[in-house]
Design a protein. Sequence first.
Length: 425
Amino acid sequence: MKNVTVVGLGKIGLPLAAIFANCGHFHVLGADINKNVVDKVNQGISHVDNEPGLDELVAKAYQSKTLEATVNTAEAVSKSEIVVVIVPVLTKGNGKINYQYIDSAVEEIGKGIKKGTLVSFETTLPAGDTRNRFGRAIERSSGLTMGVDFFLSYSPERVYSNRIIKDLSSYPKVVSGYNQQSLDLASDFYKKGLNCDILQVSSLEAAEFTKVAECVYRDVNIALANELAIYANKLDVNIMEVIKAANSEPYSNIHLPGIGVGGHCIPVYPYFFINNGLDEGLTTLSRQINDDMAKYAVGLAAEKLGSLKGKRILILGLSFRGNVKEPTKSSTLLLIEALKNKKAEVYVDDPLFEADEISKYGVTPFFSQDNEKIDAIILQAYHDEYKDIDFSAFKNCSLVLDGRNVLDKSEIEKLGMEYIGIGIK
C-alpha cells in the first residue's frame, strides 16, 4: 500500500484525503498548518461542515487507520510516494495573486521529497506556475530534477461545495504531466484513488488553462444574463420568461441573472488571465458587470424608496450562495458597501452564521424582534430556511428586492409590498 501525502486539509483537501484513504490502495498522510484541523482528523472527525458523506469517510478511514494528519509537511512528504497539493492561492483587492501559503508548502515539499515521488498540484493556478514556479522551486530546494528524479502533474479540482464527494467520482479528472512518465503515474493514481474517468491533456499549461477557462466561461455567461436583465428592466420585460423561451432552442443556454457572483472561484480565477496578458475583452468586462450588480440592485431600491439615508435594509444571506457557509467574495459584501454609501442602516441575517460572525462585517445582526424596524429586504443567498419565510411579519417593510429571482412575486404583492427582481418588475 503506497503512502500519499495530501498537503492542505481544507474544504477540498480533506474530502480528497478521505476518499484516497478509503479506496483500498493508499495510506494517507494529511498535512496542514492548522493544528486544530490536524487534531480533529486524528480523532476521526471532519472539520468541514455541510459536505454530505464526508463525516462517514473520515470516521471510516480513522477506524481502518488509513488516514492520519500532521503539521510536519516535510516529514509526511519524506514518507510518501505521491504528494497531492491543494493549498489555496489567494488574491488581493486588485486581483493580484498572493502565493504566500502555497509557496511555503512547496518549500516544505522540497525539503522532504525523495527520488521517484510524484507531485500533483490541484490548486487552481495561472498557466505556467506548476512547471515554472513550483517545479523549479522543488528542484532548487531538493537538488532533484523534474521528470527524472521526481515527477510532476497538474490535475485541477473541479468540484462544487456541498457535493464534492459526488463530483469527484462523476466528473472526468483532467490530468497532465511534465513528461510521459509523469502523466502515466498521475493517471494511474487518480484512476485508483477516485475511480473516475481520466481525461488526459497534452501539457501542464493546458490543464491549468482548462480550469481557469471553465470559471471564465461561467463568469462571462452570467454577465451576459445580467446585462440582458438590466435591459429587460428598462423595457418592462420579464427576463425569466425570456430565458425560458430562448433556452427552448437547443443552441441557446442563457444563464440566470442575479445580484452578483461570489465564492472562491468565479470572482477570482478570471484574474489569472486578466493579470497575465488578457487585460481587455469579455473576461475583463464580465468581471466589471458582475461586480456592479450589487450597486445596480441598491440603485433599484433607491428608485423606489427615495433616499436610503436612515432606511433599515435587511440583507438575507451573508454566504455567497445558498446552503453554504462561505462569505468569500459574497455579493453581500458589495451590497453592504453600496448601502452604506447611501447612508442606510444595514442588517444582515444568515442562519448559518452566529451573530458575532455577522457583526465582524460592520453590520447589525438581525433578530426576529427587529422585524418591525425593517424598511426593505434584499434576498442575496437563497438558503433553504428562506423558502418558508413569513414576509407578513415585516409590518413596515415596503419593498422586497429578490436578488435571485426565486420568491413568489404575487404573494409579496398581496402583503402590500413592492416586488423587484433582477430583470423582473
